[in-house]
Write a protein that binds this ligand. Structure first.
Ligand SMILES: [Zn+2]
Length: 443
Protein backbone atom coordinates (compact mmCIF):
# COMPACT_ATOMS: atom_id res chain seq x y z
CA UNK A 1 0.00 0.00 0.00
CA UNK A 2 2.70 2.44 1.11
CA UNK A 3 4.82 1.63 -1.96
CA UNK A 4 1.91 2.06 -4.31
CA UNK A 5 1.00 5.44 -2.77
CA UNK A 6 4.55 6.64 -3.02
CA UNK A 7 4.76 5.62 -6.66
CA UNK A 8 1.60 7.40 -7.57
CA UNK A 9 2.54 10.59 -5.73
CA UNK A 10 5.97 10.47 -7.37
CA UNK A 11 4.50 10.16 -10.86
CA UNK A 12 2.12 13.05 -10.25
CA UNK A 13 4.82 15.33 -8.84
CA UNK A 14 7.16 14.48 -11.72
CA UNK A 15 4.52 15.64 -14.18
CA UNK A 16 3.90 18.86 -12.21
CA UNK A 17 7.63 19.63 -12.33
CA UNK A 18 7.62 19.22 -16.13
CA UNK A 19 5.40 22.31 -16.36
CA UNK A 20 7.89 25.20 -16.25
CA UNK A 21 5.62 27.66 -14.45
CA UNK A 22 8.25 30.36 -13.87
CA UNK A 23 6.81 33.68 -12.76
CA UNK A 24 8.08 37.03 -13.96
CA UNK A 25 7.52 40.61 -12.82
CA UNK A 26 6.41 41.40 -16.35
CA UNK A 27 3.09 39.65 -16.94
CA UNK A 28 3.87 39.29 -20.67
CA UNK A 29 6.97 37.24 -19.90
CA UNK A 30 5.05 34.39 -18.25
CA UNK A 31 4.79 31.20 -20.25
CA UNK A 32 1.02 30.91 -19.66
CA UNK A 33 0.55 27.65 -21.64
CA UNK A 34 2.68 25.90 -19.01
CA UNK A 35 0.05 26.82 -16.39
CA UNK A 36 -2.68 25.52 -18.72
CA UNK A 37 -0.72 22.28 -19.01
CA UNK A 38 -0.58 22.05 -15.21
CA UNK A 39 -4.33 22.61 -14.95
CA UNK A 40 -4.84 19.79 -17.46
CA UNK A 41 -2.94 17.48 -15.10
CA UNK A 42 -5.12 18.56 -12.16
CA UNK A 43 -8.24 17.60 -14.14
CA UNK A 44 -6.74 14.25 -15.08
CA UNK A 45 -5.44 13.35 -11.59
CA UNK A 46 -8.28 14.73 -9.45
CA UNK A 47 -11.64 13.86 -11.05
CA UNK A 48 -13.51 13.77 -7.72
CA UNK A 49 -12.24 17.22 -6.79
CA UNK A 50 -13.48 18.60 -10.11
CA UNK A 51 -16.84 16.86 -9.63
CA UNK A 52 -17.55 17.87 -6.03
CA UNK A 53 -16.03 21.37 -5.95
CA UNK A 54 -16.92 24.47 -7.92
CA UNK A 55 -13.84 25.77 -9.75
CA UNK A 56 -13.29 29.46 -10.38
CA UNK A 57 -10.53 30.78 -12.62
CA UNK A 58 -8.88 33.73 -10.90
CA UNK A 59 -6.76 36.19 -12.87
CA UNK A 60 -4.44 34.74 -15.48
CA UNK A 61 -3.83 31.32 -13.90
CA UNK A 62 -5.23 31.22 -10.37
CA UNK A 63 -7.66 28.49 -9.32
CA UNK A 64 -10.16 28.57 -6.48
CA UNK A 65 -11.86 25.27 -5.63
CA UNK A 66 -14.83 25.43 -3.26
CA UNK A 67 -16.81 22.67 -1.60
CA UNK A 68 -20.06 24.09 -0.18
CA UNK A 69 -21.00 21.95 2.82
CA UNK A 70 -24.36 23.56 3.54
CA UNK A 71 -23.20 24.00 7.17
CA UNK A 72 -22.28 27.36 8.64
CA UNK A 73 -21.16 26.50 12.19
CA UNK A 74 -17.45 26.01 11.52
CA UNK A 75 -15.10 28.53 9.95
CA UNK A 76 -14.31 27.60 6.34
CA UNK A 77 -10.92 25.94 5.86
CA UNK A 78 -8.62 27.13 3.04
CA UNK A 79 -5.63 25.11 1.80
CA UNK A 80 -3.43 27.32 -0.32
CA UNK A 81 -0.19 27.14 -2.28
CA UNK A 82 1.39 28.82 -5.28
CA UNK A 83 1.89 27.24 -8.68
CA UNK A 84 4.74 29.44 -9.83
CA UNK A 85 8.42 28.75 -9.35
CA UNK A 86 11.62 30.79 -9.57
CA UNK A 87 14.18 30.62 -12.38
CA UNK A 88 16.38 27.51 -12.36
CA UNK A 89 19.61 29.53 -12.03
CA UNK A 90 22.88 28.16 -13.45
CA UNK A 91 21.86 25.13 -15.54
CA UNK A 92 25.32 23.59 -15.62
CA UNK A 93 25.27 23.18 -11.84
CA UNK A 94 22.14 21.01 -11.86
CA UNK A 95 22.79 17.25 -11.71
CA UNK A 96 19.39 16.68 -13.32
CA UNK A 97 17.66 19.01 -15.75
CA UNK A 98 15.46 21.36 -13.61
CA UNK A 99 12.21 20.77 -15.50
CA UNK A 100 12.76 17.08 -16.26
CA UNK A 101 11.05 15.85 -13.09
CA UNK A 102 13.78 13.21 -13.04
CA UNK A 103 13.67 10.44 -10.45
CA UNK A 104 17.16 9.64 -9.17
CA UNK A 105 18.69 8.56 -5.85
CA UNK A 106 15.21 8.12 -4.41
CA UNK A 107 14.28 11.74 -5.07
CA UNK A 108 12.15 13.72 -7.50
CA UNK A 109 14.38 16.47 -8.87
CA UNK A 110 13.54 19.86 -10.22
CA UNK A 111 12.48 23.45 -9.71
CA UNK A 112 9.38 23.55 -7.52
CA UNK A 113 9.80 20.17 -5.81
CA UNK A 114 10.16 21.87 -2.39
CA UNK A 115 8.77 25.36 -3.20
CA UNK A 116 6.05 24.47 -3.45
CA UNK A 117 4.54 21.99 -5.90
CA UNK A 118 4.92 19.36 -3.17
CA UNK A 119 2.44 21.42 -1.13
CA UNK A 120 -0.44 21.54 -3.60
CA UNK A 121 0.34 17.90 -4.39
CA UNK A 122 -0.26 17.02 -0.71
CA UNK A 123 -3.37 19.20 -0.44
CA UNK A 124 -5.05 18.04 -3.64
CA UNK A 125 -4.16 14.35 -3.19
CA UNK A 126 -5.57 14.45 0.35
CA UNK A 127 -8.85 15.99 -0.79
CA UNK A 128 -9.14 13.67 -3.81
CA UNK A 129 -8.50 10.54 -1.74
CA UNK A 130 -10.88 11.44 1.07
CA UNK A 131 -13.70 12.60 -1.19
CA UNK A 132 -13.32 9.51 -3.40
CA UNK A 133 -13.75 7.44 -0.22
CA UNK A 134 -17.00 9.29 0.52
CA UNK A 135 -15.75 11.78 3.13
CA UNK A 136 -17.72 15.04 3.20
CA UNK A 137 -16.74 17.75 5.72
CA UNK A 138 -19.30 19.65 7.81
CA UNK A 139 -17.50 22.88 6.91
CA UNK A 140 -16.77 24.69 3.66
CA UNK A 141 -13.46 23.71 2.16
CA UNK A 142 -11.38 25.66 -0.34
CA UNK A 143 -8.18 25.10 -2.28
CA UNK A 144 -6.63 28.40 -3.41
CA UNK A 145 -3.75 28.30 -5.89
CA UNK A 146 -1.91 31.48 -6.82
CA UNK A 147 0.55 32.04 -9.64
CA UNK A 148 2.75 35.00 -8.72
CA UNK A 149 3.99 34.42 -5.18
CA UNK A 150 7.66 34.49 -6.08
CA UNK A 151 7.66 37.94 -7.66
CA UNK A 152 6.31 41.42 -7.18
CA UNK A 153 4.10 41.98 -10.17
CA UNK A 154 4.33 45.41 -11.68
CA UNK A 155 1.06 45.19 -13.61
CA UNK A 156 -1.39 44.71 -10.75
CA UNK A 157 -2.56 41.21 -11.66
CA UNK A 158 -1.12 39.59 -8.57
CA UNK A 159 -2.63 36.14 -8.05
CA UNK A 160 -2.70 36.30 -4.26
CA UNK A 161 -4.54 39.60 -4.26
CA UNK A 162 -7.06 38.41 -6.85
CA UNK A 163 -7.73 35.20 -4.92
CA UNK A 164 -8.50 37.25 -1.83
CA UNK A 165 -10.87 39.39 -3.91
CA UNK A 166 -12.59 36.19 -5.09
CA UNK A 167 -13.32 35.34 -1.43
CA UNK A 168 -14.69 38.85 -0.92
CA UNK A 169 -16.87 38.47 -4.01
CA UNK A 170 -18.33 35.27 -2.51
CA UNK A 171 -19.07 37.13 0.72
CA UNK A 172 -16.69 35.01 2.81
CA UNK A 173 -16.08 36.86 6.09
CA UNK A 174 -13.83 34.48 7.99
CA UNK A 175 -11.42 31.66 7.11
CA UNK A 176 -8.72 29.47 8.62
CA UNK A 177 -5.84 29.38 6.16
CA UNK A 178 -2.98 26.96 5.57
CA UNK A 179 -0.06 28.08 3.43
CA UNK A 180 3.59 27.20 2.85
CA UNK A 181 5.90 27.52 5.82
CA UNK A 182 7.49 25.27 8.39
CA UNK A 183 8.02 21.53 8.36
CA UNK A 184 9.29 18.84 10.70
CA UNK A 185 13.05 18.62 11.04
CA UNK A 186 15.47 16.73 13.27
CA UNK A 187 18.26 18.58 15.06
CA UNK A 188 21.77 17.34 15.85
CA UNK A 189 20.61 15.84 19.15
CA UNK A 190 17.86 13.87 17.41
CA UNK A 191 14.90 16.02 18.54
CA UNK A 192 12.10 16.11 15.97
CA UNK A 193 10.55 19.57 15.82
CA UNK A 194 7.54 20.79 13.82
CA UNK A 195 7.77 24.52 13.22
CA UNK A 196 4.32 25.93 12.60
CA UNK A 197 4.37 29.54 11.41
CA UNK A 198 1.91 31.78 13.25
CA UNK A 199 3.19 34.91 11.60
CA UNK A 200 5.59 35.94 8.89
CA UNK A 201 7.68 38.96 8.10
CA UNK A 202 6.58 40.99 5.13
CA UNK A 203 9.03 42.26 2.52
CA UNK A 204 8.65 45.95 1.91
CA UNK A 205 11.00 47.53 -0.63
CA UNK A 206 12.28 51.08 -0.30
CA UNK A 207 14.44 53.18 -2.58
CA UNK A 208 16.94 55.71 -1.32
CA UNK A 209 17.64 58.26 -4.03
CA UNK A 210 18.77 61.72 -4.99
CA UNK A 211 18.29 63.51 -8.24
CA UNK A 212 20.78 66.20 -9.25
CA UNK A 213 22.26 67.58 -12.40
CA UNK A 214 25.27 65.32 -12.78
CA UNK A 215 28.47 66.57 -14.35
CA UNK A 216 32.06 65.82 -15.17
CA UNK A 217 34.07 63.79 -12.70
CA UNK A 218 37.02 66.22 -13.05
CA UNK A 219 35.15 68.85 -10.97
CA UNK A 220 33.30 66.96 -8.22
CA UNK A 221 33.73 69.46 -5.36
CA UNK A 222 34.27 68.08 -1.86
CA UNK A 223 31.13 65.94 -1.71
CA UNK A 224 29.10 63.85 -4.13
CA UNK A 225 25.60 62.44 -4.09
CA UNK A 226 27.12 58.98 -4.10
CA UNK A 227 28.96 59.92 -0.91
CA UNK A 228 25.71 61.12 0.67
CA UNK A 229 24.02 57.86 -0.31
CA UNK A 230 26.86 55.86 1.23
CA UNK A 231 26.72 57.93 4.45
CA UNK A 232 22.97 57.36 4.65
CA UNK A 233 23.39 53.60 4.24
CA UNK A 234 26.09 53.51 6.90
CA UNK A 235 23.89 55.54 9.28
CA UNK A 236 21.07 53.05 8.80
CA UNK A 237 23.34 50.09 9.46
CA UNK A 238 24.63 51.81 12.57
CA UNK A 239 21.08 52.26 13.84
CA UNK A 240 19.26 48.95 13.46
CA UNK A 241 15.64 48.80 14.61
CA UNK A 242 15.64 48.00 18.33
CA UNK A 243 15.10 44.38 19.34
CA UNK A 244 11.77 43.49 20.84
CA UNK A 245 10.19 40.39 22.26
CA UNK A 246 6.81 39.69 20.70
CA UNK A 247 4.60 36.96 22.17
CA UNK A 248 5.43 34.71 19.27
CA UNK A 249 9.19 35.29 19.59
CA UNK A 250 8.92 34.57 23.31
CA UNK A 251 7.04 31.31 22.60
CA UNK A 252 9.59 30.33 19.98
CA UNK A 253 12.57 31.00 22.27
CA UNK A 254 10.95 28.99 25.05
CA UNK A 255 10.43 26.17 22.54
CA UNK A 256 14.08 26.44 21.48
CA UNK A 257 15.15 26.26 25.14
CA UNK A 258 13.96 22.66 25.19
CA UNK A 259 16.36 21.85 22.35
CA UNK A 260 19.37 23.82 23.56
CA UNK A 261 21.84 23.05 26.29
CA UNK A 262 23.89 25.14 28.73
CA UNK A 263 23.82 28.92 28.57
CA UNK A 264 21.43 29.22 25.64
CA UNK A 265 18.94 26.95 27.37
CA UNK A 266 18.99 29.09 30.53
CA UNK A 267 18.64 32.34 28.57
CA UNK A 268 15.93 31.21 26.16
CA UNK A 269 13.81 29.58 28.87
CA UNK A 270 13.10 33.01 30.37
CA UNK A 271 13.96 35.57 27.70
CA UNK A 272 12.30 38.49 29.53
CA UNK A 273 14.51 38.00 32.53
CA UNK A 274 17.66 37.52 30.45
CA UNK A 275 16.85 40.14 27.83
CA UNK A 276 20.33 41.72 27.72
CA UNK A 277 21.86 38.31 27.11
CA UNK A 278 19.29 37.53 24.39
CA UNK A 279 20.24 40.79 22.66
CA UNK A 280 23.95 40.01 22.93
CA UNK A 281 23.38 36.59 21.36
CA UNK A 282 21.21 38.10 18.59
CA UNK A 283 23.95 40.53 17.62
CA UNK A 284 26.11 37.52 16.70
CA UNK A 285 23.41 35.26 15.27
CA UNK A 286 21.58 36.40 12.08
CA UNK A 287 18.71 33.91 12.58
CA UNK A 288 18.02 35.15 16.09
CA UNK A 289 18.56 38.75 14.98
CA UNK A 290 15.88 38.35 12.28
CA UNK A 291 13.43 36.97 14.85
CA UNK A 292 13.68 40.03 17.08
CA UNK A 293 13.37 43.03 14.80
CA UNK A 294 12.59 44.45 11.38
CA UNK A 295 15.73 44.10 9.28
CA UNK A 296 16.86 46.58 6.62
CA UNK A 297 19.15 45.13 3.97
CA UNK A 298 20.61 47.28 1.19
CA UNK A 299 20.92 44.97 -1.79
CA UNK A 300 21.31 47.12 -4.92
CA UNK A 301 22.95 50.45 -5.65
CA UNK A 302 23.21 52.49 -8.81
CA UNK A 303 25.12 55.52 -10.03
CA UNK A 304 26.56 56.49 -13.38
CA UNK A 305 27.11 54.00 -16.17
CA UNK A 306 30.48 55.43 -16.99
CA UNK A 307 33.41 56.10 -14.70
CA UNK A 308 34.08 59.73 -15.68
CA UNK A 309 30.49 60.87 -15.17
CA UNK A 310 28.97 62.26 -11.98
CA UNK A 311 25.57 60.56 -11.92
CA UNK A 312 22.45 62.72 -12.26
CA UNK A 313 20.66 60.17 -10.11
CA UNK A 314 21.97 57.88 -7.41
CA UNK A 315 19.87 55.19 -5.79
CA UNK A 316 19.96 52.17 -3.53
CA UNK A 317 17.30 49.57 -2.85
CA UNK A 318 16.45 48.31 0.62
CA UNK A 319 14.81 44.96 1.21
CA UNK A 320 13.10 45.46 4.57
CA UNK A 321 11.63 42.46 6.38
CA UNK A 322 8.99 43.93 8.61
CA UNK A 323 8.04 42.32 11.89
CA UNK A 324 4.35 41.59 12.54
CA UNK A 325 2.86 44.51 14.46
CA UNK A 326 4.90 47.13 12.61
CA UNK A 327 3.90 48.98 9.45
CA UNK A 328 5.66 50.03 6.29
CA UNK A 329 4.92 53.69 7.02
CA UNK A 330 6.48 53.42 10.45
CA UNK A 331 9.64 51.97 8.90
CA UNK A 332 9.65 54.69 6.23
CA UNK A 333 9.64 57.36 8.95
CA UNK A 334 12.40 55.48 10.77
CA UNK A 335 14.60 55.39 7.66
CA UNK A 336 13.97 59.08 6.98
CA UNK A 337 15.59 60.24 10.20
CA UNK A 338 18.99 58.77 9.22
CA UNK A 339 19.24 60.21 5.71
CA UNK A 340 21.75 62.96 5.04
CA UNK A 341 22.93 65.17 2.16
CA UNK A 342 19.53 65.45 0.47
CA UNK A 343 18.97 61.69 0.11
CA UNK A 344 15.27 60.84 0.02
CA UNK A 345 13.34 57.64 0.49
CA UNK A 346 10.23 56.21 -1.15
CA UNK A 347 8.26 53.05 -0.61
CA UNK A 348 8.41 50.97 -3.78
CA UNK A 349 6.31 47.89 -3.03
CA UNK A 350 5.09 45.51 -0.38
CA UNK A 351 2.19 45.42 2.05
CA UNK A 352 2.13 45.49 5.83
CA UNK A 353 2.58 42.19 7.69
CA UNK A 354 -0.35 40.39 9.24
CA UNK A 355 -0.54 40.52 13.02
CA UNK A 356 1.00 37.43 14.58
CA UNK A 357 -1.29 34.75 15.95
CA UNK A 358 -1.29 33.16 19.37
CA UNK A 359 -0.64 29.44 19.96
CA UNK A 360 -3.42 29.50 22.57
CA UNK A 361 -6.28 28.61 20.27
CA UNK A 362 -8.45 25.56 19.67
CA UNK A 363 -7.35 25.51 16.04
CA UNK A 364 -3.63 25.50 16.91
CA UNK A 365 -4.29 22.61 19.28
CA UNK A 366 -5.95 20.80 16.36
CA UNK A 367 -2.90 21.38 14.15
CA UNK A 368 -0.57 20.13 16.89
CA UNK A 369 -2.70 17.03 17.43
CA UNK A 370 -2.79 16.34 13.68
CA UNK A 371 1.02 16.54 13.47
CA UNK A 372 1.37 14.07 16.35
CA UNK A 373 -1.36 11.78 14.98
CA UNK A 374 0.54 11.47 11.71
CA UNK A 375 4.18 11.74 12.75
CA UNK A 376 4.18 10.51 16.35
CA UNK A 377 3.89 12.02 19.80
CA UNK A 378 7.65 12.53 20.11
CA UNK A 379 7.43 15.43 17.66
CA UNK A 380 7.61 18.74 19.48
CA UNK A 381 5.31 21.36 17.97
CA UNK A 382 6.86 24.82 18.06
CA UNK A 383 5.00 28.04 17.19
CA UNK A 384 7.33 30.07 14.96
CA UNK A 385 7.81 33.33 13.15
CA UNK A 386 8.53 32.67 9.46
CA UNK A 387 11.28 34.88 8.11
CA UNK A 388 10.05 34.60 4.51
CA UNK A 389 6.86 36.26 3.34
CA UNK A 390 4.04 34.30 1.69
CA UNK A 391 0.82 35.17 -0.15
CA UNK A 392 -1.07 34.63 3.12
CA UNK A 393 -0.66 38.34 3.99
CA UNK A 394 -3.45 39.24 1.55
CA UNK A 395 -5.94 37.47 3.82
CA UNK A 396 -5.24 39.61 6.89
CA UNK A 397 -8.77 40.95 7.28
CA UNK A 398 -10.63 37.63 6.93
CA UNK A 399 -8.18 35.12 8.41
CA UNK A 400 -9.12 34.00 11.91
CA UNK A 401 -5.89 31.98 11.87
CA UNK A 402 -3.07 31.53 9.37
CA UNK A 403 -0.96 28.40 9.77
CA UNK A 404 2.24 28.37 7.77
CA UNK A 405 3.06 24.68 7.68
CA UNK A 406 3.71 22.31 4.81
CA UNK A 407 2.77 19.02 6.49
CA UNK A 408 6.09 17.42 5.50
CA UNK A 409 9.00 15.91 7.39
CA UNK A 410 12.24 17.21 5.94
CA UNK A 411 15.77 15.79 6.13
CA UNK A 412 19.22 16.40 4.66
CA UNK A 413 18.30 14.73 1.37
CA UNK A 414 16.06 17.67 0.44
CA UNK A 415 17.56 20.07 -2.12
CA UNK A 416 17.36 23.80 -1.37
CA UNK A 417 14.40 26.04 -2.24
CA UNK A 418 15.43 28.57 -4.91
CA UNK A 419 18.86 26.87 -5.13
CA UNK A 420 20.27 24.47 -7.69
CA UNK A 421 19.49 20.76 -7.33
CA UNK A 422 16.15 21.35 -5.62
CA UNK A 423 14.73 17.88 -4.91
CA UNK A 424 12.48 15.96 -2.57
CA UNK A 425 12.75 12.33 -1.44
CA UNK A 426 9.86 10.26 -2.79
CA UNK A 427 9.40 8.62 0.61
CA UNK A 428 8.51 12.01 2.11
CA UNK A 429 5.49 12.41 -0.17
CA UNK A 430 2.98 10.11 1.61
CA UNK A 431 3.55 12.03 4.87
CA UNK A 432 2.48 15.34 3.34
CA UNK A 433 -0.70 13.84 1.98
CA UNK A 434 -1.41 12.01 5.27
CA UNK A 435 -1.08 15.28 7.20
CA UNK A 436 -3.79 17.01 5.16
CA UNK A 437 -6.04 13.92 5.19
CA UNK A 438 -5.84 13.82 8.97
CA UNK A 439 -6.30 17.58 9.24
CA UNK A 440 -9.52 17.52 7.21
CA UNK A 441 -10.85 14.86 9.59
CA UNK A 442 -9.63 16.49 12.82
CA UNK A 443 -10.76 20.02 11.93
ZN1 LIG B 1 7.02 29.36 -2.01
Amino acid sequence: MQIHEEEQLTIHLQQFIRCSTISNEDVEQFDWPEFTKLHGLFKEFYPTLYKEFSVTDVGRAGLLFHYASGHKEKTPLVLSAHQDVVEPGVLSLWHQEPFSGAYADGCVWGRGTTDCKHLFLAEMEAVETLFAQGFRPDYDLYIALGYSEEIYMTSGEDGGRLLKEAFDAQGVKEIVLFDEGGSITTDAQGHRVARVGLGDKSQIVYELYKEGTGGHSSVPGLHTDMGALARSIVALEDHPRPYKLTDLARGQLQGLAKLETGERQRIFADPDRHWDEVCALAAEDPQLDALLHTTLCVTMAQGARQVNVIPARVSAMISARVLPGETGDEILAYIQQYLTGGIQVRRVSGIDPVHEDTPHSEEFACVAKTIQDVYGTDVMVMPSLMLFATDSRYYADIAKHIFLFSGYEQDQRWGPMHGVNEKIPADALPGGRAFFMQLLQNY
